[in-house]
Design a protein around this ligand. Sequence first.
Ligand code: ADP
Ligand SMILES: N[C@@H](CCOP(=O)(O)O)C(=O)O
Length: 320
Amino acid sequence: MAVFTPVSLEDLGPWMQQFPLGKALGIKGIASGIENSNFFINTEAGEFVLTIFENLSFEQLPFYLKLMRHLADHGVLVPAPIANDQGELVVALHGKPAAIVSKLEGKSQMEPQAVHCAAVGNMLARMHLAAQDFSIRQPNLRSLDWWHLTTPKVLPFLSDDLQHLLRAEVHFQDAFDSTPIYRALPNGPVHADLFRNNVMFDGERLTGFFDFYFAGCDTWIFDVAVTVNDWCIDVATGVLDEERALALLNAYHAVRPFTKEEGIAWQPMLRAAALRFWLSRLYDFYQPRDAEMLTPHDPTHFERILRLRESGRVPALPIN
Ligand SMILES: Nc1ncnc2c1ncn2[C@@H]1O[C@H](COP(=O)(O)OP(=O)(O)O)[C@@H](O)[C@H]1O
Ligand SMILES: N[C@@H](CCOP(=O)(O)O)C(=O)O
């Protein structure tokens, strides 16, 4: 991720005294990612990740951090948030909300094989089930309402053809959202951004999901669609790779069987998942924020995926 709010070791020293991690020994900004300011911090208790939240408020953050804690307590592999001496998980740093979480082992698998996709499908289903009884409810903040708010902000920058594609897809999703099929979809807290760069692997062993800061309550099948649209494609073209898609879907289904309604919603949700990231990438592209380090994401990648999911054949869900 980019560093929007710089933090020095001198800033960190006094602030860290409230955490049970000993002295801060080093801090290093992390250049990947686009939403928050992230740092690896080295302390007397080991290595951790410090995040300064650039868009989320003190009121919104307990949902994400307590969700991570809840998932960790239920055996889902995620970073553990560290509480300060007052038991708080979110504490101000440079006037913004900040949190420290444990550092996961391993690295992201950017060229996944079927075995990695199966591990992700299995853990994703376990995550959905484990989050069912999480008591805080917060909607997915990048869902239909956000699409409606954001579309007019990017339309002026787009060609006629792209304007048409965007308007038509939002219209399609509006219509689908009001169907009985949509209303019957199982839902709960979802990750909503489970891309390859938000999962760690040590070889073929999945060591954790992270970056829960787009999580919210939404349909489980939307979460599966977001995941498949990133893990199970040929990255250059966006075409779905059937072997990897089936590995992920079968592993998910073995833990939490898909419903008949999800089978019907599958293609519309693959489209919704493509629209969601096309729109956010367009917004970030045309309305960039200041950052010390910033790696912009390419909107055309998701424009291509959206067109493919609208017109192409997609592997059916394994429904019993
Ligand atoms: N808990 C963690 N353990 C290990 N590495 C992490 C952890 N959290 C973040 N990172 C590293 O920081 C990078 C950026 O984090 P990310 O949460 O994706 O940023 P952003 O919120 O801006 O999208 C990740 O790609 C990963 O390398
Ligand atoms: N995954 C999204 C952007 C969010 O960035 P992340 O680093 O938090 O995953 C995209 O690829 O557009």
